[in-house]
Design a binder for this molecule. Structure first.
Ligand code: ADP
Length: 585
């Protein structure tokens, strides 16, 4: 596998492994076959064909020479015959004119004899026969010349006698015999050479056919090999192309990645700069915090010091609280004892006033009767104050006896109405009788509940002018009968002078009175009613709160736990409630 790095790699500094194209590798034998095989075959074929053709041509030339040699034997025979014919014509006619063919034949005979020796070859047998032929020809030519010379010199008879000697005939027979031998020999050679030429031709044909077939087979093999090679090259080229495309794609992605990395690098550098500045800022803050830490340490030391002081103070305060609780218990005991001690003589004073008013001790004048009435009223007022103080003392000391049970609100309101209705009537205030569910019951001490309602309604009457209006509404909150958190709220609304917001809590503190000078002397209390009422409400798991708007009116809301279903309880005595609870009467 080859590994090459592209431009994107150099930029990113990374190297990508690019697979090298899968090429086709030929074996050495295949390469040799592909490159030299054909050439060798063609060369061999050429050589063999050339050799065949060459031997064929050589055989053909030999055949031609043989034909020429045979023709030359015939020409020599013809020349000799023509020379003999001319010699016979001269011998018969004694005319020199008839010797023309003789002379022409002799001229051709020399050339034809030379030709025959040229074409007959160098075969020793042949050469020997040619030598014999030459001798026979010379003999014949000499016999012809001799007869002609005799004819000319001695006459026809001498010439004919020479002819009849048959020397010429024997020479002629020799010539014919030798020429026949030479022709036969040449014919044999011709046949041999033709046969050899045919063999060479056939061999050349075989070479051509075999060589051509072999060349075709090798060409087909090479064609197959080259086709396969070309196909594999094409596949390799395709794969290379795909790899190139993939590489280009990878390069493109790498380029994008590089840009992104550069961006991130830039961001990181920016962040690093920012972090450096934050670090220096943090170092400054750390220095500041160290200073602050020092200060804090000093402060902690101070606080520890103060805490130890506070601890000591708390211990002192606990001591003081214990002392105060002791003092409070002593005060409550004192108040209880004193109230009891005060109520006995006051009741005695009341009894004696009644005794005098009944004129049992003697008749009274009007002025005395008026004095007795005032003494009686003041005594009752004093008795009421003493009762309030006694109640508060009992509540604070935890000695209050509560008889909590299911109480019918209808019965409670009936008792209360009997006591408050005359007050509203005498003062000209519209009093709307409470519109509550007659079946509604609460969990409370009936007397204490009446005491709270009497106190709130008496205040409403006391602090509302003539022509005003007082209403009472009931509401239920939470779940049904005895459900946890089920409460009944009773709201007493008046249209009186109202209470400032910042005083709404203070009025529940003992002995607190607001705008006392606005209240008539006859109606002034001591500021214990609301304190006792809230304590009583909370003792019965309820509460008493106030809402008010100056000049518009005040609403006191009493909440008490809701009771169960009606079971025929007896109404508490209104007389008792009135004597124990009305603090402003
Ligand atoms: P007392 O009525 O004896 O003064 P309370 O504890 O009952 O004492 O009341 C405390 C003070 O609360 C009253 O002096 C009065 O100033 C104020 N107050 C109570 N009820 C009302 C009301 N309905 N309207 C206006 N002021 C009220």
């Amino acid at each position: 596998m080859d590994t090459r790095a592209g431009p994107a790699d150099r930029r990113s500094g990374r190297s990508i492994r690019v697979p090298a194209p899968v090429g086709v590798r030929l074996t050495t034998l295949q390469r040799l076959g592909a490159t030299g095989g054909i050439a060798a075959i063609v060369l061999l074929l050429g050589l063999l064909t050339y050799a065949g053709l060459s031997s064929t041509r050589s055989a053909r030339e030999t055949v031609i020479r043989t034909h020429r040699a045979i023709e030359a034997t015939q020409a020599v025979l013809q020349d000799i015959t023509n020379a003999e014919t001319g010699q016979r014509g001269f011998l018969l006619s004694a005319n020199e004119r008839y010797l023309a063919p003789y002379h022409q034949a002799l001229n051709r005979l020399t050339a034809d004899t030379a030709l025959l020796r040229t074409f007959a070859g160098t075969d020793p047998v042949q050469t020997s026969e040619l030598d014999s032929l030459a001798t026979a020809v010379q003999t014949k030519v000499a016999e012809l010349g001799l007869t002609i010379t005799i004819m000319r010199t001695r006459g026809p008879a001498a010439a004919r006698a020479e002819v009849d000697s048959d020397r010429g005939k024997r020479a002629m027979d020799d010539i014919r015999g030798l020429l026949r031998k030479i022709a036969t020999r040449q014919q044999t050679l011709l046949d041999q050479r033709i046969a050899e030429s045919d063999r060479n031709y056939n061999l050349a044909e075989v070479f051509v056919v075999v060589g051509t077939t072999t060349a075709i087979v090798i060409a087909l093999m090479l064609n197959t090999l080259l086709t396969r090679f070309a196909n594999e090259q094409a596949d390799a080229a395709n794969r290379l192309d795909a790899q190139n495309r993939e590489l280009a794609d990878t390069n493109h992605k790498l380029s994008d990645l590089t840009v992104e990395l550069e961006l991130q690098n830039q961001q990181l550098q920016d962040q690093a700069v920012e972090m450096e500045s934050q670090q220096s800022h943090l170092q400054e803050q750390a220095a500041t915090m160290e200073v602050q830490s020092e200060e804090l340490r000093a402060t902690i030391e101070q606080l520890e010091h103060q805490t130890s002081l506070a601890e000591k103070a708390r211990e002192v305060a606990e001591e003081a609280t214990k002392s105060a609780e002791e003092a409070n218990r002593a005060k409550s005991l004192f108040l209880t004892t004193m109230s009891h001690e005060l109520r006995t003589p006051l009741n005695a004073i009341g009894g004696y006033v009644d005794l005098l008013a009944l004129e049992i001790r003697g008749p009274l004048v009007d002025a005395q009767r008026e004095d007795l009435r005032r003494i009686k009223k003041s005594g009752q007022h004093l008795l009421s104050l003493i009762n309030d103080i006694l109640n508060l003392a009992k509540i604070e000391s935890g000695q209050l006896d509560l008889h909590v049970r299911d109480v019918s609100l209808a019965v409670v309101f009936e008792n209360v109405d009997t006591l408050v209705a005359p007050q509203f009537n005498s003062k000209g205030i519209a009093y709307v009788f409470p519109q509550c569910d007659p079946m509604l019951r609460v969990r409370a001490d009936s007397d204490k509940l009446q005491q709270i309602l009497l106190n709130v309604l008496s205040n409403a009457c006391k602090f509302t002018g003539a022509g005003g209006r007082v209403t009472v509404d009931c509401d239920t909150k939470g779940d049904g009968d005895h459900g946890s958190g089920a409460m009944v709220s009773i709201a007493v609304r008046d249209t009186g002078r109202g209470i400032a917001q910042d005083k709404l809590e203070k009025i529940f503190e003992p002995f607190v009175q607001i705008d006392r000078h606005l209240t008539g002397v006859s109606q002034q209390g001591v500021g214990l009613g609301l304190a006792i009422s809230r304590d009583l409400a909370r003792s019965m798991s309820g509460d008493l709160v106030a809402e008010s708007v100056i000049g518009v009116g005040t609403t006191f809301v009493l909440t008490i736990p809701r009771g169960g279903a009606v079971s025929g309880e007896l109404a508490p005595s209104p007389t008792r409630a009135s004597t124990d609870s009305i603090s402003t009467a």
